[in-house]
Design a protein around this ligand. Sequence first.
Ligand SMILES: *[C@@H]1O[C@H](CO)[C@@H](O)[C@H](O)[C@H]1NC(C)=O
Ligand SMILES: *[C@@H]1O[C@H](CO)[C@@H](O)[C@H](O)[C@H]1NC(C)=O
Ligand SMILES: *[C@@H]1O[C@H](CO)[C@@H](O)[C@H](O)[C@H]1NC(C)=O
Length: 337
Amino acid sequence: MAAKQVKPCLVLVLVFSLLVFVSAVSKNRIKSLHVIKELNRRGPYIGLITVFSTEEDAFFATGSFRSDPKHPFVDLSGRRFRIGKVRGRKAIYVRCGIGMINAAAATQQMLDLFDVKGIIHFGIAGNINNSMSIGDVTIPKQVAHTGIWDWVNTNGAVDSADVSQLDFGSYNVPKGNGSNLLGHIGYSKEQFFSESGEPNIAESLVWAKISPHWLQLASNLEGMKLEQCVNSSLCLPEKPKLVVGLRASTANIFVDNAAYRDFLFKKFEVSSADMETAAVVMTSLSNGFPVIVIRGLSDLAGQQQGENAVKKFGSLAALNTAKAVLGFIDNLPGHAY
Ligand SMILES: *[C@@H]1O[C@H](CO)[C@@H](O)[C@H](O)[C@H]1NC(C)=O
Ligand SMILES: *[C@@H]1O[C@H](CO)[C@@H](O)[C@H](O)[C@H]1NC(C)=O
Ligand SMILES: *[C@@H]1O[C@H](CO)[C@@H](O)[C@H](O)[C@H]1NC(C)=O
């Protein structure tokens, strides 16, 4: 139908609905969206996502982030997206906040609103693998969301489609007859929607795979020099290492429990546990963007004697992570990433 046949009253209705829509959006948000539009004309950017202040402080302390003189940041949904350059590359940085909801929301915003070419996600994590040490940096090849459970009754059976099972009864102390009112949990798969999949049809997914071309670039970082000391009196017993190609796990659970740590290592063969990676990776892949994950190991996730080491070594793990991030950015080719 030709445009001129559109009735004026329809146009009015459209304008009116637009006004209603606009008035529901806060002034600050509209301002931010305008700034983003301007910034995008100068894109593309690299998207950088951390989780909390320890990681952010270590990254900014390297002095490699040069803020944009005109628009150093844009605030949106309560988060501050910082605009600038890292090692001469245009970059947008956000600290998403702890947990998978924050991680997925911030990643989706980064990809939808800003002209970014891909996501570098970095931070600290719990060490699940006894062959890895505090201070080491892991750049995993894949990550599982290990927090989707079918929690079944004491006498119930776990769904046969579940990828793994945990029986609370086998952790009783003393052992007894192995019955426990918490029963069993079965680990479910994720429902993964993506640009490359059938529209509106979710794929069952256990392992979200890091973009292979970025993982390849990251492999150049193996052997890089990392920091061993927090200060003049507190050092790690060994030189930290950077390892590419292990497995990571994510759930909305801070793991500080030796038995559960052991379960994760044996059943999923993961080397690290955190609370955001799977969300950032799945969201990036879902939207068709490359993603890399760089996590420094800050603690033993429950394997330690006494207090969790994250307070003592968190800043060192975050510093080594930041160094690896800068190394990765140096390795990115100048053209499309
Ligand atoms: C296991 O032991 C508990 C406590 O003694 C008891 O209540 C329960 O019935 C026992 N379960 C089985 C399956 O024997
Ligand atoms: C080194 O760091 C540790 C942990 O933060 C702290 O307890 C200690 O006082 C520091 N030592 C020096 C010399 O700064
Ligand atoms: C644990 O870490 C070591 C050292 O990086 C690695 O060789 C090994 O493959 C890891 N184990 C698993 C199950 O990934």
